[in-house]
Write a protein that binds this ligand. Sequence first.
Ligand code: SAH
Length: 331
Amino acid sequence: MWPSTYGGKTSRRTGDKRKGLKSLHRLSAYATNARLTLAQRSILEKTNEITAIPELLDHLVETHQLKGALQLGCVFTDGDSGRLFQVCSPSWHKASMWRATVLTLFPEMFPGPLGLSLAGDALSRGVWELEPRQIREHGLGRHRAVDDTPAGGGPGMVMRADVICAAIDAALTPEDARPRLLMSPRGAPLTQRRVRALANGPGAIILCARFEGVDERIISARALEEISIGDYILSGGEIAALALMDACIRLLPGVMGEAASGTEESFEGGLLEYPHYTRPRMFEGLEIPEILLSGDHKKIARWRREQALRLTRERRPDLVGELRGGTGNID
Ligand code: SAH
């Protein structure tokens, strides 16, 4: 069984006692629910992770019946718990953590609902990291103003370019490669494909606007990608940012219990998902479809595929069109 915490350290002597040589290095490993982290502490002479880690992995394979070769960065499933682990070193762990920086006038809205359940659990395990930043710290004057009246007149207020760009610049280091997103009803509609790409990347810097939105020049000056979560107007970008982050976080390695549950859902195969049922078998005169109780997995898979197609045709004919256009294959 793979322990949820591999607290014990494993020591290896590469020295030779007969020749009076002490051990050269000691290896250690620990596993959280998300990661197997391999560390090395040198005793006499420093050897590097590159040589030390494969040796430790061999040792782990021997002592914990882990099957197959594990490499730094690879993701594997523990057979007993079904949990996903990622193999990493401490520096790799830090570098590979999914990091979200959120620029907002309401940092107290974060993590909010993302502090609970799957995302909250993953946050406390260090699978992802959240940095809410208060835009107002870069505001102007005694009142720390962040907005001003719109050029050309009209209702509402606009977030100032000088203030917002200062807030963005303060949140970034020159080597920060994370995409910079602006939550905006004018943006490209968020899709599962974009979510997956974001989840596979290093994280995101997310600007949440308020009022009428931001001065247009901010978008080009800081190369922001505008993303919308739907054709309706929210009062601010914070809830949109939470929705976007939630969609990404559940896809990170080690967040969802079952590896399969990320790939069987609506949109993942280009279709809406088939209907689900569970006990009781009879509910208010409504029965579970007979075929789901048949035990015939081939027939069940075919039925589910048919249902997914039927639902998608009825509710989202645009998705079926996309499938035809993409692969020409919907059967
Ligand atoms: N005047 C703007 C709406 C401003 S709403 C317009 O008509 O387009 C204030 C802020 O809330 C926006 O700038 C954006 O950051 C956020 N927001 C509102 N609706 C959103 C949506 N559907 N998707 C993403 N962000 C949204």
